[in-house]
Design a protein around this ligand. Structure first.
Ligand code: HEC
Length: 170
């Protein structure tokens, strides 16, 4: 019994010290992840320009859809609607979660995805992607990648999104 007490007397302070140093290490680590430079406070994603140009092996839309032009005009009202769909309104997963609030392809989930989410701010990559191609990928997703299909969006909503994405590289 006496032996047991001695073990306890040595072990308890040791555990205490381990717990405290653990906290000391966890503090700066959390600050680095949560508030460090490069992290957008509102988007829970990452700032910066993103990868540009971006390697792209996405399947191509059927010809008739590939050639479609956006029927909507880039009025301020339409652009605002597109932006709010992108950042908030589209459910279950808003586009910004992967593509980033600013569209730089570096949203909160981006580090876990290969291929990476498209960087819509990269003119060099975006000039290769016509309106109809974007429309098709948003509706159907990109097979074998993290890009989900959004079959429940109306055609009008998809074109509002395309309008917003196009604007980001101009
Ligand atoms: C869960 C993560 C995720 C979400 C949410 C997401 N995307 Fe993507 N997106 C991706 C990835 C990954 C790619 C790259 C796919 C590829 O390389 O084929 C991509 C690619 C794209 C492309 C490029 C298509 C092309 O031909 O290059 C468009 C356009 C796009 N997404 C639009 C959207 C829109 C609009 C939304 C919201 C309605 C959205 N994405 C939501 C992950 C996501």
């Amino acid at each position: 019994m006496r032996h047991f007490r001695r073990v306890l007397a040595t072990a308890l302070p040791l555990l205490f010290i381990i717990a405290i140093t653990g906290d000391l290490f966890a503090g700066p680590m959390m600050m680095r992840h949560g508030k460090g430079p490069g992290v957008h406070p509102h988007s829970m994603g990452f700032g910066g320009k993103g990868i540009c140009p971006q390697p792209r092996v996405t399947a191509q839309a059927p010809d008739d859809i590939y050639r479609l032009k956006n029927p909507l005009k880039p009025t301020q009202k339409n652009l605002d609607s597109g932006k709010s769909l992108f950042r908030r309104d589209v459910q279950p997963t808003a586009c910004k979660v992967c593509h980033g609030r600013t569209g730089n392809g570096m949203g909160m989930m981006a580090p876990g995805l290969n291929p990476s989410p498209r960087n819509f701010t990269c003119g060099e990559t975006m000039k290769e992607i016509p309106d109809g191609q974007m429309f098709w990928v948003i509706k159907n997703g990109s097979q074998g990648t993290g890009m989900p299909a959004y079959p429940e969006l109306t055609e009008n909503q998809v074109w509002l999104l395309v309008l917003h994405l196009r604007k980001l590289s101009q």
